[in-house]
Design a protein around this ligand. Structure first.
Ligand SMILES: Cc1cc2nc3c(=O)[nH]c(=O)nc-3n(C[C@H](O)[C@H](O)[C@H](O)COP(=O)(O)O)c2cc1C
Length: 418
């Protein structure tokens, strides 16, 4: 169980932060608590330039990857601090990141009412239609007299407060588990097996069952991601050891939601060029996870040429390049006279990158991303790599780069944004 715990103030010192740090240590066996700060968020305004909202994006990603959120609120003038209100406005504005998310409120203040009035307000905010969190009810963690109930090393010393906190947190873990199990069931349905198992799709050139379609997508040597015609992340193929780690919580997000704000202009440029018909393909060679990877974006169009979405193929091309480098396509000058055709190259099949039975990678260099890492955004490679080579789809020209991880690049031009 993994929770994000939001410190509800932008102050350098905060008893609410001390409480969350105490909870992180005290409950380490029950849950992983990641403490998130709001002090880097700009004050909420619809007019803040999109490129300046990276801290907001990061917080949303943390929440997306968590099983629940703990809000720890101080009380200022019988209400939540302005910084906390602003943070919640960011999380609710044009975003569903809190929708259905298990949430718990705790709070510390100086007064005897122990942030009760701020918590009431917090409760109303989280239940508003745009937040729509699944708020734990009936469990109140109200800690007053802030200056006297913590030790110098940050322990909560009042036993009655500790007992109540343990009871409420245990209830929250159980509460969040209910949602996790429910969504795990849905994920298994949607990711592990198609919804209608025995349906067939007829094509002019044959028919495929839905199971076959899914198996094909999961077997071809490229991983696939689809941004649909409404600019939403609609599908990814469920291959083991993907280069880009995805998670099902990202499905349905717009491409601007699932990319860092800095990356969005480049992604938009690719998609716009597909929509307006100026391009059909953009290809990008780059190094990923220790091997040579080719990413290709294709405009997906129906038979009438209408734009259906952007499909991204990502895969290691080490096997193919090794074959080429070992002369697989060269005519054998000693044994095969040329009769107008290149002689078949006497090479063995390359060792498969994956163990067919276990799915384990045999490539020592290949480091599958740790599951706890935030999911890589769709098409992030297009912009995370500034000086990496860019292949222009029309010319095939490639510009090699030294360190593709260092700076951001415009996916269409290769120009660095830094
Ligand atoms: C502007 C302001 C207003 C405050 N209003 C209240 C209040 O209404 N009720 C209360 O119990 N404490 C109030 N306090 C005291 C806070 O409870 C105290 O500063 C507490 O430490 C804030 O939490 P923090 O340490 O996590 O920032 C106020 C503090 C400030 C700075």
């Amino acid at each position: 169980m993994k929770f994000v715990a939001i410190v509800g103030t932008n102050a350098d010192f905060s008893y609410n932060r001390v409480l969350l740090q105490f909870m992180k240590k005290h409950f380490w066996r029950m849950a992983e608590i990641e403490i998130a700060e709001i002090k880097d968020l700009p004050a909420f305004s619809k007019d803040v330039p999109f490129e300046e909202t990276t801290p907001v994006w990061k917080l949303k990603q943390q929440i997306n990857a968590a099983d629940g959120v703990i809000f720890s609120t101080p009380e200022y003038d019988h209400a939540v601090p302005a910084a906390m209100k602003s943070a919640v406005e960011w999380l609710s504005y044009q975003s569903k990141v809190l929708h259905g998310k298990p949430a718990m409120i705790v709070g510390v203040s100086y007064g005897r009412q122990a942030s009760a009035r701020a918590q009431q307000q917090m409760r109303k905010m989280l239940l508003s239609p745009d937040c729509n969190a699944n708020l734990l009810s009936g469990n109140e963690v109200l800690i007053g007299n802030a200056a006297k109930v913590f030790s110098k090393d940050g322990r909560l010393t009042d036993q009655a407060y500790v007992d109540n906190l343990e009871k409420c947190f245990t209830n929250f873990v159980e509460y969040a588990e209910l949602f996790k199990n429910a969504s795990r069931g849905e994920q298994l349905m949607s990711v592990k097996r198609p919804m209608i198992e025995d349906a067939y799709i007829s094509f002019p050139t044959g028919r495929l069952s839905l199971r076959e379609v899914q198996a094909i997508f999961n077997t071809i040597p490229f991983e696939i991601d689809l941004i649909d015609a409404d600019d939403r992340f609609a599908y990814y193929s469920d291959k083991p050891n993907r280069e880009h780690v995805r998670n099902v919580n990202q499905l349905g997000e717009t491409y601007s939601e699932c990319h860092p704000p800095k990356a969005v202009p480049a992604v938009k440029a690719i998609i716009d060029s597909f929509k307006n018909g100026t391009k059909d393909v953009v290809a990008r060679p780059l190094m990923m996870n220790g091997h040579r990877v080719l990413i290709r974006y294709y405009a997906l169009r129906d038979v009438d040429g209408h734009y259906l979405g952007t499909i991204e193929f990502t895969g290691s091309v080490d096997d193919i390049l090794n074959l080429a480098e070992n002369g697989a396509w060269n005519a054998d000058a000693t044994s095969s006279a040329s009769h107008g055709h290149a002689a078949p190259a006497p090479v063995e099949e390359p060792a498969p990158a994956m163990d067919a039975t276990t799915g384990a990678s045999e490539d020592a260099d290949e480091e599958p991303a740790a599951p706890s890492e935030p999911a890589a955004p769709v098409m992030s490679a297009a912009v995370q790599r500034a000086e990496q080579a860019e292949t222009d789809a029309s010319t095939g020209a490639s510009e090699a780069a030294d360190d593709p991880e260092e700076t951001d690049a415009d996916a269409m031009t290769g120009a660095s944004e830094n």
